[in-house]
Write a protein that binds this ligand. Structure first.
Ligand code: NAI
Ligand code: MG
Length: 398
């Protein structure tokens, strides 16, 4: 028995495979921990009508630290078709269990680092002067507000009268939307609160200070979305002035940022954004460093110390049934390293990161994505490493 228990949530599809491999790496790297498996995902929706059972929430509450693979989430109608016959026709509501988990525990800080792996054949390259080829080194840390904004779930189609009447009091609404019949109006809100905006901005500055980044960029759209983006930028100005004068504050619009991403990604350090723009900009940067097979994330609540660590990819159902798993486990393994940072096991985290770097630089073991193959079941026969072979190669280097 160790004195630390980690809640392992494999979820669906490839989530199960990559989580197993990551735990294998953690064990071999010397982390002294027990794991308790917790139920989440499609299987539990179909069987119980709840993809995030209370017993899973209880385990996270007790043990505080979770590793999560990925889940399958489906649109409303398809979700109902999946239910066992006993649950058909009952008044059940399907919602993505990972989004529910974030909201339940208020995991408001989401960190998605994107750092170039030397030697990764998937690294972004661009044309430089005299037709030279340049490979800019990307090292950004994206702080995404994880619980509010456009993903906050406050939305209506054919809104209730009270909501509609309140909207009609806004001159822009009555002018621009007042002619549309109420039944034809859909509204998704973008709510930011001072408390959580301040928390994400502060977390970004603290990270910049701790790891020596020279700038924090607020990546929103304050010139158009004046109230919410505007609040985040204004707060960043105040925080920078009061507490982080040594760190530069930059302001980019999300649309322009997506263009600059490929022009000069090496210029950026820490980036902070609301929920949706953070999701977008982090996927954009992830594409420069190898894509979903490499993109890791941490999400946590700084007050309670509850943290859940997961790759940003989903359950990739089309690969889930291959007799030999072909997906890249690095995103999950790097997410486990972020967990190690969070629980003050940096030495083990660095050991694993070094092992991953060595395998990538050497280039002898490459999963299908790194080998630039199309993800068919026969890629391993054609020379790509399987999920297990990649994890074993990393373990070999420890
Ligand atoms: P996905 O991330 O599962 O897969 C998209 C494609 O990315 C795959 O077909 C594959 O080509 C590639 N890919 C993903 N992970 C990879 C890995 N580790 N190594 C190599 N290639 C990899 O996204 P998709 O297909 O849009 O969604 C599938 C399911 O996953 C859906 O039900 C979706 O709702 C769910 N999902 C869950 C997430 C989560 O659990 N946090 C996040 C994103 C999607
Ligand atoms: Mg995403």
């Amino acid at each position: 028995m160790s004195n630390r228990t980690i809640v392992a949530m494999p979820g669906d599809g490839i989530g199960k495979v990559v989580l197993d491999e990551a735990i294998k790496v953690l064990n071999k790297a010397g982390l002294n921990a027990d794991y308790v498996e917790a139920d989440i995902g499609w299987e539990f929706w179909c069987a119980e009508g709840n993809p995030l059972p209370q017993r899973t929430l209880d385990l996270i509450k007790i043990h505080k630290i979770g590793l999560f693979g990925a889940i399958t989430s489906k649109p409303k109608d398809e979700a109902f078709e999946g239910l066992v016959p006993e649950l058909q026709g009952k008044d059940l509501v399907y919602s993505s269990p990972i989004v529910s988990l974030r909201q339940h525990f208020g995991l408001d800080i989401c960190l998605r680092p994107c750092r170039t792996y030397t030697g990764n054949p998937l690294n972004f390259i661009r044309r430089g002067p005299n037709d030279s080829i340049e490979e800019p080194e990307v090292d950004v840390a994206i702080f995404r507000q994880n619980t509010e904004g456009l993903y906050g779930g406050v939305e209506w189609s054919n809104p209730p009268d009270k909501v509609y009447d309140a909207l009609m009091t806004h001159p822009k609404f009555s002018q621009n939307f007042g002619d549309a019949p109420k039944e034809e109006v859909s509204v998704s809100t973008r709510i930011f609160t001072k408390k959580y905006t301040e928390r994400i901005v502060r977390a970004a500055f603290e990270h910049a200070k701790k790891y020596g980044y020279k700038s924090v960029t607020v990546c929103e759209k304050p010139n158009v979305i004046r109230e919410t983006s505007g609040m985040m930028y204004k707060m960043a100005q105040q925080i920078q002035k009061a507490d982080f004068p040594g760190i530069e504050l930059w302001n980019t619009n999300i649309d322009a940022q997506m263009m600059w991403l490929t022009k000069n990604p090496e210029n950026y350090g820490v980036i902070v954004a609301g929920n949706m723009f953070g999701d977008i900009v982090s996927d954009g940067f992830a594409g420069l460093i190898g894509g979903l097979g490499f993109a890791c994330s941490a999400q946590y609540n700084p007050e309670t110390g509850i943290g859940v660590f997961e790759p940003t990819h989903g359950s990739a159902p089309k690969y889930a049934d291959y007799p030999v798993s072909i997906v890249n486990p690095i995103a999950m393994i790097e997410s486990a390293c972020m967990m190690l940072d969070f629980i003050d096991e940096q030495t083990i985290a660095e050991k694993i990161r070094k092992a991953v770097s060595e395998v990538v630089v050497e280039g002898k073991i490459q999963t299908y994505d790194m080998a630039k193959m199309s993800g068919q079941a026969d890629v391993v026969e054609k020379g790509a490493a399987s999920t297990t072979e990649m994890a074993d190669a990393i373990i070999e280097k420890l």
